[in-house]
Design a protein around this ligand. Sequence first.
Ligand code: SF4
Length: 468
Amino acid sequence: MIESHHWNEECGVFGIVGHPRAAELTYLGLYALQHRGQEGAGIATFDGQRYHEHKRLGLVSDIFDPGTLGRLEGSSAVGHTRYSTTGSTVLPNVQPLVANLHHQAVALAHNGNIVDARMVRAGLEDGGAIFQTSMDSEVVLHLMARSRHRETERRLADALDRIHGAHSLVLLAGDTLFAAKDPKGIRPLCIGELDKGGWIVASESCALDIVDAGFVRELDPGEIVGLAPGTSPRTVRRAPEGERAACIFEAIYFTRPDSILFGRTTGAARVALGRQLAVEAPAPGADVVISVPDSSNAAAQGYSQESGVPLGHGLIRNHYVGRTFIKPSQGIRDLSARIKYNPVRDVVRDRSVVVVDDSIVRGTTVRKLVAMVRSAGAREVHFRVSSSPIVGPCYYGIDTPDERELIGARNTIDEIEKIVSADTLRYLSIEGMKKAVGNGSGFCTACFDRDYPVPVAERLDKAILEKS
Ligand code: SF4
């Protein structure tokens, strides 16, 4: 398998009420959110009487066909596309989760990591609860089932008050769709509006565009909203006072560049990151700026605009390399980076080249990219990164390698420059990232500075709820 040189995304959620073809629109929404998780996907619909669901391991386009979508009857639906951050890649761990609570069946889809899920679950199991999955998300349903309140929305608020960490979730309860964000607002979630009174909630606004829904707004941290067909959004709970900590990495890399986050597209935020990088880390005498495609295209554009150094397409990415690609066996030269990227000789030959990337995780791909650009004839290779060195893992819904594998956690920038054999290597400062992405405050930057906004009592890994 080809190793990604980025962190793996988390999950994408989608919910809809008030449309006769809810399953089809959810399918399209999940298709737009596929970059957030490729391990499995599911849709649950409600037809006024009962829920219908279909979920499988694999890609959205492989899981659903006209037949399965046709059987998912109803005008409201919840969908989920998964990359596991807790729980194995097995079918029971694919969402949405459908459960019968007192007087109300519900379907839940969740993005984020509940950092105290193991402790909460242990307490629930001591009280007799039997869990069906090894996902942190299931504790929300068990806590709702135990709430002393009768109304679904109050049960949901009650449950969310008892957990900590990151949760952006959608919960379908009959014809009402609830959307909720954790008090720090770590993961994104937005509301969209359909013609004729329908509503959508999605992890990213690109999932609204694909079904021609209008963007209404992003959910505020800690907010719970109820959406029903033909009525205005109802605030179940307002955003509480408190420090916000939206994941800054969503703007740097995870979110699609056409999605709106923090009030503008992340493509625009990435251009600003590139401009700031050019201010902080110029490369005097450079002839051309190239990106590591595709995620760094906008940052390279910004670097070029600010520095005045022309932009060139110096690396071509093979878009058909998937997670299941089998590496050539040992004995064949290590061509793993070549399988994904190839330099354009005419762009880099005899030139001083600035290569812009959005982040460095292990550093192995960067070393290969620098060597590749050099072997294509570049005179100098200056590597520029539109984020700061990654020094710690994420506990809030991103699948991160062990801290010992993070090149930024073990080495100074000068050491990394030598390891990857760049003529110069520079990163963007944390202050520069905050300034470029937004108003300079209200971000989680924990993987860059180990300042975790929600305390984490124990090292979390995917299998934490599978250990006895
Ligand atoms: S630790 Fe990093 S990836 Fe995780 S939420 Fe914070 S900024 Fe985002």
